[in-house]
Design a protein around this ligand. Structure first.
Ligand code: ATP
Ligand code: MG
Length: 474
């Protein structure tokens, strides 16, 4: 109306004074807390804390609520948060505070509501302006502290993956593996535990030496020796989230950086089978057992599917310790591989992969842990023969565990141990036959090689007769 009836300059003046008048008469102030602040990628911590605080403290008066079901190994509960445009009233030191949840819908999309990706949510606090100081200095910090404490109590550990699309999606992480169930040499286990515990207590130390607070672990060893189980045990011990990074679904280095930025602190970033994930390696050399070969083929198949991925070694190195890796703290980066010798030394040098942990075939110490876990026995007459067999043959803890597991109700510890002994003897026999076979095929090869070289010798001497200069070049 102003604009229609008054000249532009005048209408601006009048509008300004009317606003002043309204704000003079209105005794209330509002403070907004946006879900995403400025250019930040992450959801604002304050927003999340307020969400939790309001859900537990004042959701009684709200008619429309959103339900979020939380389930972890200890409990299952429902936490309710306000639907958009709902309001609640809170009390603090005799003051009344009104909270409302709002959102801004981008104008061009106001009518299309299939995807709320561009909507900007925020909580708005309204209070009397005479309480402004108490609200900002005491009430807001109180809300944030309480909210964070509630979030901590009801936190669910998550297993994130980038398998679908180019961002993280997660499920609740509920893996039963712990350092108690993990079978390995007690000394080695103790060493890893000490390393982890000192890491989580070293915040100040890392700061002092000017390093970002993270640590790299390289787990290597044959299939079925407990690498993945160890990662789960680490997450359970430290109460960290896991980010299982599938490098083959990351298109390029920029996407990799984006994924890194979206990881939270207190987490483990895992890249499994790093030798197969990136083209850091050539084709396999040397001899492999049939089982190993199958495993590798399976893992390489995954890589074949990737095609479009252009993540480079330098992109990955930047991911681990470039400038951006300092976003977030208290983080473990874990690589696993079956073939440490195939990895680029730059990738696994200390500082990137600080601790190299070898998980190897089952030794007697490892077996004792498995026997305790699976059969509840600490000693048995059959142990010495198992000890001898384990020294003579290679069997992964996964295979030993499988043999130890009772398959029917009438199997007892002794029968399970006997099954294991039988399997070990079979494995030993198989290895012996295989070695003999290889030896004989090597023999055949070297024999034919001798004959061939004899042939070439004669040929070259023949040609030498024909043309002395060519012969000497050859
Ligand atoms: N050291 C171990 N202690 C306890 N259980 C083990 C151990 N190693 C293997 N297992 C058992 O074998 C199964 C397979 O082990 P896991 O997946 O951890 O092997 P891996 O080393 O990750 O193998 P891969 O290289 O093929 O990924 C586990 O579910 C676990 O039950
Ligand atoms: Mg594994």
């Amino acid at each position: 109306i102003f604009q229609q009836w008054f000249p532009e300059e005048l209408s601006k003046h009048i509008e300004k004074y009317i606003r002043r008048l309204v704000s003079f008469m209105n005794p209330y102030i509002t403070i907004s807390f946006h879900e995403y602040q400025g250019d930040e990628y992450e959801r604002s911590k304050a927003y999340k804390a307020i969400e939790r605080y309001l859900s537990s403290n004042s959701s009684n008066g709200v008619k429309r609520l959103k339900a979020n079901v939380i389930k972890n190994s200890k409990f299952r509960s429902v936490f309710l948060s306000m639907e958009d445009y709902e309001e609640v009233i809170d009390e603090f030191q005799g003051m009344t505070i009104w909270w409302s949840s709002n959102k801004i819908i981008p104008q061009q999309r106001a009518l299309i509501t299939y995807n709320d990706g561009d909507e900007k949510r925020y909580y708005q606090l309204t209070c009397h302006r005479k309480h402004r100081d108490v609200i900002t200095k005491a009430y807001v910090p109180h809300v944030l502290d309480e909210g964070e404490a509630i979030a901590k109590k009801t936190r669910q550990r998550k297993l994130h993956t980038n398998g679908i699309g180019s961002s993280w999606s997660h499920i609740i992480f509920d893996h039963p593996s712990t350092f108690d169930t993990l079978a390995m040499h007690p000394e080695k286990k103790k060493d890893i535990l000490n390393d982890l515990m000192s890491f989580i207590k070293s915040k100040d130390y890392y700061k002092k030496v000017g390093k970002s607070w993270k640590r790299g672990y390289l787990l290597y060893g044959p299939p079925g020796t407990g690498k993945s189980s160890m990662i789960a045990a680490m997450a359970n011990l430290l109460d960290y989230d896991i980010y299982d990074l599938e490098l083959t679904s990351v298109n390029d280095n920029t996407k990799l950086k984006k994924l890194l930025i979206h990881t939270s602190s207190r987490s483990i970033i895992v890249i499994e089978d790093i030798d197969c994930s990136l083209d850091l390696t050539g084709e396999r050399k040397g001899k492999n057992t049939g089982e190993e070969e199958k495993n590798l083929v399976h893992k390489k198949e995954k890589v074949k599917k990737k095609k479009g991925s252009e993540v480079t070694l330098s992109g990955l190195l930047n991911f681990i310790d470039g400038l951006w890796s300092a976003c977030g703290s208290e983080r473990l980066i874990v690589f696993t591989t079956n073939h440490i010798e195939k990895l680029d030394p730059a990738l696994i040098r200390r500082g990137r992969m600080d601790k190299h942990i070898e998980l190897s075939f089952c030794c007697f110490e490892t077996f004792k842990v498995l026997a305790k876990n699976y059969l509840d026995i600490e000693s048995h007459d059959l142990f010495p023969s198992i000890n001898r067999l384990l020294e003579e043959t290679n069997m992964s803890p996964a295979d030993v565990a499988e043999n130890l597991m009772p398959k029917s109700a009438d199997e007892n510890a002794e029968s399970c141990l006997k099954v294991l002994i039988k399997a070990l003897e079979n494995a030993k026999e198989e290895a012996r036959l295989k070695a003999a076979e290889e030896e004989s095929s090597d023999q055949v090869l070297s024999d034919s090689g001798d004959e061939e070289s004899k042939d070439t010798d004669t040929e070259s001497s023949d040609s030498g007769d024909e043309d002395a200069s060519e012969g000497s070049e050859a």
